[in-house]
Design a protein. Structure first.
Length: 292
């Protein structure tokens, strides 16, 4: 039985849709957990739900106009991320802006679907995802995120550490907070939209938030937290995907449960001092240039 199961799994891995799905998950594991670090650091947990509703609006507009629905969802999320940035004057303001965005987006989406008479089934399909339908364009998007997001973290790691620690401190230290916040929110929005096809909107936390939550328990600096998040993301995505293939289960729930097990296991480890990256961030302004 074991050899038969291994043979079946080997045959599945030879299929092009399965290979594309595996490649997409691997690329997602590099960029999206870093986005999770941003979401946790800025305390904008509602962003996943807000972007889910914005993506629904984009797909509804795509179905109405005949344009590519996922492209419309991606553009809508990017514009929404940029649009709420001016409202993010304080950490609390970010959560409030996301709540406002979520309410407006779902109302507009439902109105578009109702007025146009478009079949809503295609729009609501984003709730469940379709990992085996990943195409070349999806791989290019995830590949770009896998390069851009870690590169931004490495290039602006001190500024990011200050921003994630305290917005006012970052401002007084010469960090261009508004521009950096705008860039981060656009990347968060695009990343959430890019992950929708992999797990569905309801389960996108498996690729973003859960690896970051586990990493914060293990890392002792922003750099190590980011590295842990990526490592956990790779392990969770590949393990969950292989388990789902072998057992013929839907990948999205398996990925979430795999990530959840890792998070719970990590939290059984005695707590370490994980605030050192914040302390070092608050001590670093004197070494930063006055502008970038």
């Amino acid at each position: 039985m074991n050899s038969l199961a291994a043979a079946d799994l080997g045959q599945l891995l030879q299929l092009m849709p399965v290979q594309r799905a595996g490649a997409a998950l691997l690329l997602a594991a590099i960029g999206l957990p870093v986005i999770g670090v941003v979401i946790v650091g800025l305390d904008i947990m509602p962003v996943r739900f807000a972007m889910m509703h914005v993506a629904l609006l984009g797909i509804a507009i795509g179905l109405l106009t005949g344009l590519d629905p996922m492209l419309c969802a991606l553009v809508a999320c990017a514009l929404a991320g940029a649009g709420v940035a001016p409202l993010a004057r304080t950490p609390d303001g970010l959560s409030g802006a996301m709540g406002l965005l979520m309410s407006l987006a779902i109302a507009a989406a439902l109105l578009v679907l109702a007025v146009s008479g478009v079949n809503a089934q295609g729009a609501f399909a984003l709730l469940w995802g379709s990992i085996l339908s990943v195409g070349t364009a999806d791989l290019w998007l995830l590949g770009a995120l896998a390069v851009v997001v870690p590169a931004l973290f490495w290039w602006r790691r001190r500024d990011l550490a200050l921003l994630l620690y305290d917005r006012e401190l970052a401002l007084s230290s010469g960090v261009r907070v508004d521009l950096l916040t705008l860039l981060l929110l656009v990347l968060v929005a695009v990343s959430v939209a890019g992950a929708l096809k992999l797990t569905g909107a309801l389960l996108v936390d498996a690729l973003t938030l859960l690896p970051a939550l586990a990493a914060r328990r293990l890392g002792t600096s922003l750099k190590s937290i980011t590295a842990w998040a990526v490592g956990i993301g790779v392990v969770v995505n590949l393990t969950g995907f292989l388990v789902a293939l072998k057992l013929d289960w839907p990948p999205g729930p398996v990925l979430v449960l795999t990530a959840g097990v890792v998070v719970l296991a990590v939290h059984l480890i005695p707590e370490r001092r994980i605030s050192s990256w914040r302390a070092s961030a608050s001590a670093s302004p004197v070494s930063l240039p006055s502008s970038h």
